[in-house]
Structures are given as C-alpha cells and as structure tokens.
Design a protein around this ligand. Sequence first.
Ligand code: GDP
Length: 439
Amino acid sequence: MFDNLSTKLDQAFKTLKGQGRITEINVANTVKEIRKALLDADVNYNIAKSITNEIKDEALGKDVLIAVKPGELFIKIVYDKLVSLMGGELAEFTPTGSPAVVLISGLQGSGKTTFSAKLANRLKAQGKQALLVACDIYRPAAIDQLHTLGEQIGVDVFSERENKDAISIAQKGIQYAKANGKSIVIIDTAGRLAVDEQMMQEISAVKQAVQPSETLFVVDSMTGQDAVNTAKTFNERLDFDGVVLTKLDGDTRGGAALSIKTVVNKPIKFISTGEKPDTLDVFHPDRMAKRILGMGDVVSLVEKAQQAFDEEEAKRLNKKLRKNQFDLNDLLSQIQHIKKMGNLKDLMGMIPGMGKMLKNVDVDDDAFKPVEAIISSMTPTERENPDIINNSRKRRIATGSGTSVQQVNNLLKQFQEMKRTMKKINTMQGMGGLPGFGK
Ligand code: GDP
C-alpha cells in the first residue's frame, strides 16, 4: 500500500539528514521533493501545492529543539499534515434506526457488493442481525454474487429477481428485516461503468424512499484522480455520509486517500484490502499517515493480532514494542502468526521499518522461510540479545539453518533497523508528537 509514496517521502527527508538546522534552502529542497512525491502519488495538484506551502511555512517558523534533528521535526510536520488531509479524526460508523438502513453506492466494479458483504460480516461479528438487500435490477449476476457471499458469511440476502423497481425491492427488504428481527439492512445498489444520469436518478430515488441512516460511497482507490472526480459527482447528487476505499491491497498510489476528504469534505470510513470477507478495516487517518511515512502501524497490527490470537499475547507484544524490547523471539512468533493472517506484505508493512525493507520483495510464505530457519537456529540468549552474535556464532547459525552468513547478517541488520525506527517513534512520542500511538 502506497509503497512508492513512502519511498519518495523517505528520500525527501534524506535531503535533510545530517543537516544541523533548518534553513530556507534545505527546507525549499525538501518541500520540492515532497510535492513531487505527492503529485506522483496522484494527489490533486492544488492540494499538493497548498499542503506543501503550509509545511514549508511551519518548518521555517519552528525553532528546532536541541533534542530534535531537522529531519525528525520535518517528519512530524508532514505527519500532522497527512493526518489532517485524510480527515484528522476517526469518523464513526454508527447507523441508527430499527432497523438501521445503510445504502451502498458507487460505480460498477468499485467493490460495492464485496464491501456490502464484508460490512454485514463485520456487523454479524459484533452480534448484530444484518440483512443484505440486492437492488441491482439490471444484472442478475450481481444478485447471484450477493447470495453467494451471503451464504459464505451466514447472512440472509433479500432479493426479488422479477421485480424491476429498485425502490420497491429496497422497501420490501426493509419490511422483511422488520418481520424477521433484523437490526440492520445493507442495500447494495446497481452501478454503471461510468457516471450516468439514470443511475444517479435511481439511487437518489432509493435514498429518498428509504431515508437511510448512512449512505456510503464505495470507490476503487486504484483509479486515483478519477476516484476523486467520481466521488465529487456522487456527493453532489447523493450527499453521502462517508467513503469506502477499496483495493488498497493493490498497487495503489495513494492519491484517492489523500485527496478525497478535501475535495468532497466527507470522511473515509472504511478501507478494503482484499477479496476475502475479513479484509475490511475502519479507516484511521493517523495510522494511515504513520504507514505512509514508514513508521509502521503497530496499533493496527496489534488489533489484527488480537483478532487472530489471544489477547494476552497481543498485550505482551504491544508493551514490548513500546518499550523497544521487541526481540528475535517476538519476530519469529509474529512471522508465524502473521502467516495465518492474510496479505503478508501489508501486515509486515505495519511493523515500523519493515515496509521499507519489503518494498521490492515479493512476499509470500516462502519469503519467511530463511528468516524462520535462521532465528530457529539461534540459542534463546542470542534471540533475546542479538548483539552477542559474533562471526563464529554467525557461521554456526548459517550452517544450522542452511543459509549463508550473508543472509544472517542481512537479517540482523534489518532487525537493527526496525529497532532504530521504533526508537525514533518512541522519541517523537516523548516530544508530545504522534498522538494516539501505542495507546
Ligand atoms: P461491484 O460491481 O461494485 O459490486 O464490485 P464487486 O464487489 O463485484 O467487485 C469487483 C471486483 O473487485 C471483484 O472481483 C472483487 O472480488 C474485487 N474486489 C472488491 N474489493 C476488493 C479489494 O479490496 N481488494 C481486491 N484485491 N479486490 C477487490
């Protein structure tokens, strides 16, 4: 996710590395690089220009504390800007009503149907009785798809194949929900490949008729500025409540995530990162900013861990990460757990410093094999304190794990880098930065 943007921002910050203080000249260079990185990520030109101007003014207006290097101060300023660009606060999703009605809109292929099922799955996990309603009156395949997904996740689907009136299907769906004790109704609507007047009229009419508590607009993040333009058009007609960004597991450049809030002034509420039912996350602007800046997203990682394993283990990991006591034992156990959790590259990107390490790596289960083998060949003391691993130990570990000394060295180097990044984040936290981290 956003690999290119992360790399380019990292390069921009490097222009400040080793510089003792912030000056007009070094700030101008860095800001230019940041603007280029944002434009390359397909961020709207005006947005990129205005936020980089703000970054520049802020950096020049700041006295550099003795304890903080210009590079670190800059990262903090950019971090704050990214967070506010993406909406600042977490936007709640709390539909009300009995049943609560949620209307799902978006273009065909954006991931509406998949998202509808994921949302139902999530609500079901929270103990809610959800009903999915198939309102696509043009494509029977869309109705079949929703039924298949509903079966997979164990959620009822309401449809009327012969009925060609979307409003009537939606209304009957709500009646069905009332009669069957459902507390929340998710209405999946028809989309077109491009914005079209008939589609807009139809979905506006459905909205008018069912008065949803939440209208969500689903958009494919891979489409960059098009996503932003489509959002604008839908918002003008529908006045939706929130955005769902899909396909963030792909090679997304990030432009949509960074521009949508400013353009439509509606928050991103969910992000979808895969085709499986459990690949849905609530959108946290602060966590996303940390990931873009290569600071990892320990909080999301810990939450995923909590879903996948027991709470005690997750708490222990969170504590160790915060105290910077994360050792190779933890890395090994995390790798073993992570392998069970889904998109490996994205998950690993949540660990501070790991995103950078993995940017050119095609991560699959096999990618971890040498790492697992190397750590498994270490003694418990070596895993807790890798500093004691001298050359003869390295040779023994390489032979034991069927790898080379070079691979052992690489792993140790990467692990050190992870720890350094962790330390940096903890230091910034100490200066009152990075709100919400590790709480
Ligand atoms: P709809 O036409 O808007 O209802 O779109 P669908 O829900 O049918 O999704 C279109 C395609 O995108 C399907 O092949 C989905 O499996 C896929 N898809 C949806 N969301 C995601 C996502 O977050 N990641 C990936 N990789 N694929 C997705």
